[in-house]
Design a protein around this ligand. Sequence first.
Ligand code: 15L
Length: 267
Amino acid sequence: LHFNRLLLTGAAGTLGRMLRPRLKRYCQTLRVSDIAAMDPAAEGEEVVVARLEDEAAMYELLRGVDAVLHFGGVSIEKPFSTVLPANIVGAYNLYEAARRHGTKRIIVASSNHVTGFYGQGETIPAHVVPRPDSYYGLSKAFGENLAQFYFDRHGLETVSVRIGSCVPAPEDRRHLSSWLSHDDLERLLVAALSAPVVGHSIVYGVSDNRTTWWHNDQSRHVGYRPQDSSEPWRAAIEAKQPLVNPKRPEARYQGGAFVTLGPFPFA
Ligand code: 15L
């Protein structure tokens, strides 16, 4: 797997900072972008400050890029006025720039919050009707529809990765089902970049946990094989958090606490 130039958006974010050194080995040049300050460019890197909502800046950012890993934008629940420019207008600007430059493929950090109002007592495939749990989840659902449209209309391919909880180690009961290890995220991104044909594929970004809410069987063509599991943390987490009131929204719904956030005061 070797690209001439990969673009990582959101390089100053939590996952972007973790991925930046890992992605370098898959390409000649790694271009990284964010609105926030980033580490200076190492050898083989290009560092670009660009706002997702700035159409002209996004057009320049996509010049000469073979494939994109889109981790930029708002990553938690925020007022709609904050989510709109970064995640909705920003995703449009990214796709339109990619189309104009002929970029082949975009891998998007979508989210489990697209389907966060499904219950923790269900196991769902990716192709269910979305049930977003937040403005954030709604914006990610928009991103998936945008990806579908740009594939159907223009042949631009996307893998939308509905990331569960990508943290160094599982921290609570919800994570026992939603955890995605950093190494498995890298495996999934490499699979998504290298699968011969993806069209627009939606995959849950989750490790090989014993308890799970998601089926990934319709995306076997992407070739993702998780190797980590939350199981080694289970006993300690269950001991630390023995009582979970099943009526509380955090325990009832897959989206956990996101389902109760907001509404926000009128700005
Ligand atoms: C997300 O989409 C967020 O970006 C992340 O901060 C976590 O909250 C994660 O979902 C999760 O559901 O655990």
